[in-house]
Design a protein around this ligand. Structure first.
Ligand code: SF4
Length: 324
């Protein structure tokens, strides 16, 4: 019998998934995958989620090893929250352009210019930057955290300039904002969204406030540059629930394209369209199925956070988790 190339590829993928699952069991490893991972990795993982969801899962697991399929700062956060576990990342070079836009030395110099200021940093930062921060925030709770700070507090906010502009807009607070950005947001510009919405006139626009790639959309929404009657800023669960109750059948999704795999799986009757199919995070895609398998085979690429850095970085992370 001659197998089609498609059937052969499916067989290879099934064999890969069986081997990954077997090794994960043998190694007592929990595999977690970010929503932006390639479909095969999402499908083989124990848990798929956003950075906050995966941090919580990593903090609670009793498995001895966590294999983190995501970018490096996320794996660091897992290590900080559960230091007794071994945390592995299939490719230690999987960075983040937003996290790389500020270093601990730069933050220390910025703080020295503003003694006494409260430092609020997006969770997309390295552990050493978190260790210099008072609060870590997500896109979803940044405005709530800033709004809860004393009226007269001087605030240093970073590293995402679009999230900073959004927070200033919705809270009415003035802050010093670091001019960092995620390279993927450039793929989700106002013109891309307008063009996609024009091509899909009955579609709702769902903005997923997960990563630096969508914070520009949040700012556009706050400034009224997106159609308010059909734009929704939603987390993953909210997107799935909204599609089930909405009269619309098509949904334009403004975030990194990996998110669409999970949405399509959870809601197969809905049609999901990326705001721009080129909005792809190359760092997330550095984690490949072959590297995940190799990581489990060799147990290499352990994520190490110096204990003194981890101790200080844990404080702003736990504040973020407490706020939700
Ligand atoms: S999408 Fe942007 S912010 Fe998110 S991990 Fe990739 S580079 Fe970092």
């Amino acid at each position: 019998m001659v197998l089609s190339s498609q059937a052969r590829a499916a067989g290879i993928e099934e064999e890969w998934a069986r081997t990954v699952r077997r090794l994960a069991d043998e190694r007592d490893a929990l595999i977690v995958a970010h929503n932006y991972q390639v479909p095969a990795i999402q499908d083989v993982a124990d848990h798929v989620g956003d950075s906050l969801e995966l941090s919580r899962i990593a903090a609670e697991t009793d498995r001895s090893t966590i294999v983190f399929c995501g970018v490096h700062f996320m794996a660091e956060t897992a290590k900080i929250l559960n230091p007794q576990r071994r945390v592995l990342i299939p490719d230690p070079g999987a960075g983040c352009s937003l996290a790389a836009s500020i270093t601990a030395d730069q933050l220390r110099a910025w703080k020295a210019e503003h003694p006494g200021a409260i430092v609020v940093m997006y969770v997309n930062t390295d552990a050493a930057v978190k260790a210099e921060s008072d609060y870590c925030v997500t896109s979803a709770n940044a405005a709530k955290v800033v709004g809860s700070l004393p009226e007269d507090a001087e605030i240093l906010f970073g590293p995402d300039m679009f999230l900073g502009a959004y927070v200033e807009r919705v809270t009415g607070r003035r802050m010093h904002v670091w001019m960092g950005e995620c390279h993927v947001h450039a793929g989700i510009r106002p013109s891309d969204i307008q063009a996609t919405l024009t091509a899909h006139p009955d579609a709702e626009l769902h903005v997923h406030p997960e990563c630096g790639c969508s914070s520009q959309c949040m700012y556009m929404m706050a400034t009224g540059d997106l159609p308010a009657d059909r734009t929704f800023v939603l987390g993953t669960g909210g997107m799935v629930r909204r599609a089930r109750v909405s009269a619309a059948r098509e949904f334009v999704v403004a975030t990194e394209t990996g998110m669409l795999h999970r949405l399509r799986k959870e809601n197969p009757q809905a049609t999901y369209v990326p705001a721009n199919p080129d909005a792809v995070c190359g760092y997330m895609k550095m984690i490949t199925p072959a590297k995940l398998l190799e990581c489990l085979r060799t147990m290499r690429h352990e994520v190490v956070v110096p204990p003194e850095v981890a101790e200080r970085a844990r404080v702003p992370i736990e504040r973020m988790l407490a706020i939700g």
